[in-house]
Design a protein around this ligand. Structure first.
Ligand code: FAD
Length: 499
C-alpha cells in the first residue's frame, strides 16, 4: 500500500519535501494555513505592483539544481535566472560607496580604491579563509543529516581536518573580522553577513563568514521575482502527484497508540497519515501548536535560547533620485554596535542599517532589522510608522531621495501572525556561539513518523539551507519507510553531489 504523508506547511522546506516524496511515488498531501505556497518566500501588492517581500538574494544555485534533478527536472526550465555582476552596493552617510562584484578581483580592486592596497590584501586573505570554511563545512555539515560535533569531525575526514582546526569556533564574527579589516567600514560590511541568519555579528561565531563565500559563488535574480521559485516548486510537486490544500491549518498531530495516525485540521477534519513532515516553525511545535505528541517529540530541541532577528519591511512603489541604485543596496548605520544593542534591548534602531532591493524601476523593497517581539506587540504600529520617517531621512543623508507612493508594511507583529510563537523571528534561533549550530535539531524526531524541515532545523535558515532541510527530511523518511527509492544520487557540475 502507498504510504500516506502529510506535510504541514508549504514553505520552501515543505515544498522541497513534497516534490521529492511525490517523485518517490508516495501519497503526499500538503496542508498550508496561508492561501498561497512559499511561506516567507512571498510577494505582496503595493498599489498595482506585485513586489517580493521575503527573500531577495538567491544564492547556492546548485542546491536547487540538484533538487530539481532529483525530481527529474531542470531548474532552468522552470525559472529564468540572471547572474548579477554587482553583488551589492554599500553606502554610508558621508557619500562613500563600495560595490562588491561577482569577480573577486573586481571586488579587490574596488576595495583598494576604497581603503588602500593593504585593505585589498586583507580582503583576499578573508575571501580565501571564507572559501576554506565553506568547503570544510559544505559536505561534512550543511549537506548532511545533523552530524553533531563528533559526526562533523568524522565527516570532515583527514582531507578537511586542517580546515576544521582553522574554523576559529570560539571567536565571534566581529572580533575575527577585526583581524582582516582594520578599516571599520569594511569590518561593518562583512559583519552584516551574520544577519543573513538573523544573528548579531557581535555574538555570532566567526564561521558565519562562510556566507560571504556563498555570495561569492554567485548571486542571481529570478526573472519576474523570487516568488517564481515558490510557484515552480509548487507546480512541479503537483505534476509529480502531490496534493495541496491551502487555507488549511493543522491543529494537531494525532496518534493511535504510539504511532502517528494522521493530522487534525483546525476545521475538525481528520486526515489519515502514516508519517508527517512539519514545516511549521520549531517554536510553534514547541509551544504545542501541533498538539501534545508533537510538542513532546521536539522537547529539548530548542537548546539555543535567543530568538533570531525579526525585520520591519516596506514594499513600495514610488520614485528614487540622487543615488544610482543597484539590484541589492545597503545603507549602513553610523554605529553598528549601538544598532544591535538597541535591537537586543527590544527597540527599533534609531539609526538603522537599511537594505533596499530595487527589482524594477519605481519598485522597492526596504528592510531594517527589528526585535523579535511581535508576540508582545513590540514595536507598536506607531513606532513602525515613525521608523519609516527615520529610514527616509537616513537615506536622504546617504544621498538617496526615496519618495514612496504606495506602501505595504510587514513588521514583527505581522510576522508573528503568519508564523505563530516566533515573535516575528525570521530565522529560527540566533547563533550566539559555536554550540548553537549543533543545537538545531535534525530531520528526525523522537516520535517515529514525525520529521522536521525548515529554517529552524539543521542546516539552518535561508532559502538554500531550508531547501536542504526539506531534502534531508524526505530522504530520512524514505529510508525509514524502507523505500527502494531512497537514493536520488545526483552528481552536479562543480563536484556537488546530493543524496
Ligand atoms: C523579509 C525576509 C527576507 C529574507 N531574505 C532572504 C534572502 O535574501 N535570501 C535567503 O536565502 N533567505 C532569506 N530569508 C530567509 C528565508 O526566506 C527563510 O529561511 C525560508 O524561506 C524559510 O523556509 P521554511 O521552510 O522554514 O518555511 P517558512 O517560510 O517558515 O514557511 C512555513 C509554512 O508553514 C505554514 N504553517 C505553519 N504552521 C502551520 C499549520 N499549523 N498548518 C498549516 N500550515 C502551517 C506557514 O503558513 C508557512 O507557509 C528571508 C526571510 C524574510 C522573512
Amino acid at each position: 500500500m502507498t504510504a500516506k504523508i502529510v506535510i504541514i506547511g508549504a514553505g520552501i522546506g515543505g515544498l522541497v519535501a513534497s516534490l521529492l516524496l511525490a517523485q518517490a511515488g508516495l501519497d503526499v498531501t500538503v496542508c498550508e494555513a496561508a492561501a498561497t505556497p512559499g511561506g516567507k518566500l512571498r510577494e505582496v501588492t503595493a498599489g498595482t505592483a506585485t513586489i517580493d517581500a521575503g527573500p531577495t538574494v538567491f544564492t547556492l544555485r546548485p542546491v536547487f539544481e540538484a533538487i530539481f534533478a532529483m525530481a527529474g527536472a531542470r531548474l532552468e526550465d522552470h525559472v529564468t535566472l540572471e547572474k548579477l555582476d554587482c553583488l551589492a552596493r554599500h553606502a554610508w552617510e558621508d557619500g562613500a560607496t563600495l560595490d562588491l562584484f561577482a569577480d573577486p578581483e573586481d571586488s579587490a580592486a574596488a576595495i583598494a580604491d576604497f581603503a588602500g592596497a593593504a585593505a585589498a590584501k586583507g580582503y583576499r586573505a578573508f575571501a580565501a579563509r571564507a572559501a576554506k570554511i565553506f568547503e570544510t563545512l559544505d559536505f561534512s555539515f550543511m549537506q548532511t543529516h545533523q552530524p553533531g560535533l563528533a559526526g562533523l569531525v568524522r565527516n570532515a575526514g583527514p582531507r578537511h581536518l586542517g580546515g576544521l582546526l582553522n574554523l576559529s569556533p570560539f571567536a565571534n564574527l566581529w572580533d575575527e573580522l577585526g583581524r582582516s579589516f582594520p578599516n571599520p567600514r569594511l569590518r561593518q560590511l562583512f559583519a552584516r553577513y551574520a544577519t543573513y541568519c538573523g544573528s548579531s555579528p557581535f555574538s555570532a561565531p566567526a564561521t558565519l563568514m562562510l556566507i560571504a563565500h556563498a555570495e561569492q559563488l554567485g548571486v542571481w535574480r529570478i526573472q519576474g521575482g523570487m516568488y517564481r521559485l515558490a510557484e515552480a516548486f509548487h507546480r512541479l510537486a503537483q505534476t509529480r502527484g502531490a496534493n495541496f490544500r491551502f487555507n488549511t491549518k493543522v491543529s494537531e498531530i494525532v496518534l493511535n497508540g504510539a504511532k502517528i495516525s494522521g493530522v487534525r485540521l483546525a476545521c475538525g477534519e481528520l486526515l489519515p497519515a502514516d508519517a508527517v513532515i512539519a514545516n511549521a516553525d520549531l517554536a510553534a511545535i514547541n509551544a504545542g501548536y501541533l498538539g501534545i505528541a508533537a510538542k513532546e517529540a521536539v522537547a529539548g530541541s530548542m537548546k539555543a535560547t535567543t530568538r533570531s532577528l525579526s525585520a520591519l519591511t516596506w514594499a513600495m512603489t514610488g520614485s528614487a533620485s540622487g543615488f544610482a541604485l543597484a539590484h541589492h543596496n545597503v545603507f549602513f548605520s553610523n554605529d553598528y554596535r549601538a544598532e544591535f544593542a538597541e535591537i537586543a534591548g527590544g527597540k527599533l534602531p534609531s539609526d538603522p542599517t537599511i537594505y533596499i532591493c530595487a527589482p524594477r524601476p519605481g519598485e522597492f523593497f526596504c528592510l531594517v532589522n527589528a526585535p523579535p517581539a511581535g508576540d508582545v506587540f513590540r514595536p507598536t504600529q506607531a513606532e513602525e510608522d515613525a521608523c519609516l520617517t527615520t529610514v527616509l531621512k537616513k537615506l536622504q543623508r546617504c544621498g538617496l531621495n526615496l519618495q514612496p507612493r504606495e506602501i505595504t508594511k510587514t513588521g514583527p507583529q505581522a510576522f508573528e501572525q503568519m508564523f505563530p510563537a516566533t515573535g516575528g523571528a525570521l530565522y529560527g534561533r540566533a547563533l550566539t556561539g559555536w554550540r548553537d549550530s549543533f543545537a538545531r535539531p535534525g530531520a528526525k524526531t523522537k516520535l517515529p513518523g514525525l520529521y522536521l524541515a525548515g529554517g529552524a532545523i539543521h542546516p539552518g535558515p535561508g532559502l538554500p539551507m531550508a531547501a536542504i532541510s526539506g531534502r534531508l527530511a524526505a530522504t530520512r523518511l524514505l529510508t525509514d519507510l524502507g523505500s527502494t527509492r531512497t537514493s536520488f544520487q545526483v552528481d552536479m557540475p562543480g563536484g556537488m553531489s546530493m543524496r
